[in-house]
Design a protein around this ligand. Structure first.
Ligand code: NAI
Length: 346
């Protein structure tokens, strides 16, 4: 696989956005950050429209001086570019039933996540451009890094080239929200979805399981709940390790650990059966993520996620997880050591 292309400010032609009306559907985590960045890049305020149902997010947009339209179909009708920045699970309903009914045939549709595009849950017209501009950070960091004059990691791609200019527009929009300052990585909805869902459904479940089982083994060996919580995560040591891994290198960060630790970590990792883990990971990637099995199952329960109590399947998963030894112990420790925890937050 060749190295990915990186787009910088100098690759972007902001004049492609001149005179265009840019609509942000949603003013939440990403919407608020990206709309403000785009305006601060020089897109005139009267060319930016926030399409938002009347709620606290709409109020926030108004308080920041944006023009807000509560009628989403009306806002979509004037869009040359429309950023879809409402939660992924509501996008198909809102886009297919409301937005697309009035959207121009030559509009550019921007997604910040590959999911709905890769699984073909959004119905586009062939003459429309579909691009992905997907920051790899939460919205508050997208904004704060921009304000500091820095870029932020972001994936950019053209998924459908209706006008013949989709990629150039994707790069111009990446620049307008401040993503090409540090370099936006050329990617695709496929790559973004594969990596995102793999991390969520393979990597992190394994990490949660390792911590849960590690906790129980050490507890059985006589370690206290208090010591375990601090040793394993409440001291923030894992957060520091990942911070160092990002700055110095995934393995290079080991130099900050003792020699005993370095020897133990490297010899332990090499001795583990990577083949079994790899097979397990491949199975999840191919037979759960990429073949659409998870997407189909999630679509079935999606409407229930708005229910209260344990009829909501997510609440039921939290309830089951709460029964584990690690979560129960942490609750007791947090209640007992509130002052110590507060001191760690200062
Ligand atoms: P969010 O949860 O902050 O969205 C809130 C916005 O959606 C508000 O404007 C709200 O009025 C609107 N909204 C919620 N339900 C609605 C409904 N039923 N009908 C109409 N409007 C509704 O969304 P967030 O987290 O900013 O995600 C937006 C997109 O950005 C998603 O595609 C997500 O995958 C992507 N993304 C999010 C990141 C994050 O930091 N949260 C990071 C990178 C990408």
């Amino acid at each position: 696989m060749p190295s990915a292309k990186i787009f910088y400010d100098s690759d972007a032609d902001l004049s492609l956005l001149e005179g265009k009306t840019i609509v942000f559907l949603g003013f939440g985590n990403q919407g608020a950050a990206q709309a403000q960045n785009l305006r601060d890049t020089g897109i005139p305020n009267d060319k930016i429209l926030i399409a938002n149902r009347p709620d606290s997010y709409a109020d926030d947009a108004k308080s920041k001086g944006f023009i807000v339209e509560n009628d989403i179909a009306k806002a979509a009708s004037v869009a040359d570019v429309i950023f879809l920045l409402i939660p992924d699970q509501v996008q198909p309903r809102v886009f297919n039933d409301v937005v697309q009914s009035t959207l121009k045939d030559t509009a550019t549709i921007v997604v910040a996540s590959g999911y709905n595009v890769f699984f073909k849950l959004l119905q586009f017209k062939p003459t429309q451009d579909v691009v992905m501009v997907a920051p790899r950070m939460i919205g508050s960091s997208v904004r704060s890094l921009f304000v500091k004059g820095q870029g932020f990691p972001c994936f950019a791609s053209a998924e459908q080239n209706g006008t013949g200019k989709a990629l150039e527009i994707a790069v111009a929009l990446s620049r307008a929200i401040g993503a090409t300052k540090a370099g936006a990585i050329a990617s695709s909805a496929y790559e973004e979805t594969a990596m995102d869902l793999f991390a969520e459904q393979a990597l992190w479940p394994n990490i949660i399981t390792l911590f849960r089982e590690g906790f129980s083994v050490l507890k059985e060996a006589g370690c206290s709940d208090e010591a375990l919580c601090y040793e394993m995560w409440m001291s923030k040591e894992p957060a520091e390790i990942f911070e160092r891994a990002a700055e110095d290198g995934f393995i290079a960060q080991l130099k900050y650990h003792s020699v005993v630790s370095q020897y133990g970590q490297l010899s332990g990792a090499l001795a583990l059966d990577g083949v079994a883990v790899r097979e397990h990971f491949k199975n999840i990637l191919h037979n759960q993520v990429l073949n659409g099995k998870f997407c189909k199952e999630f679509s079935k329960i999606e409407a229930d996620l708005e229910k209260d109590g344990y009829d909501n399947p997510l609440n039921e998963l939290y309830r089951k997880t709460e029964e584990t030894e690690l979560v129960q112990a942490e609750k007791r420790v947090r209640a007992r050591l509130a002052d110590l925890i507060k001191s760690g937050q200062q």
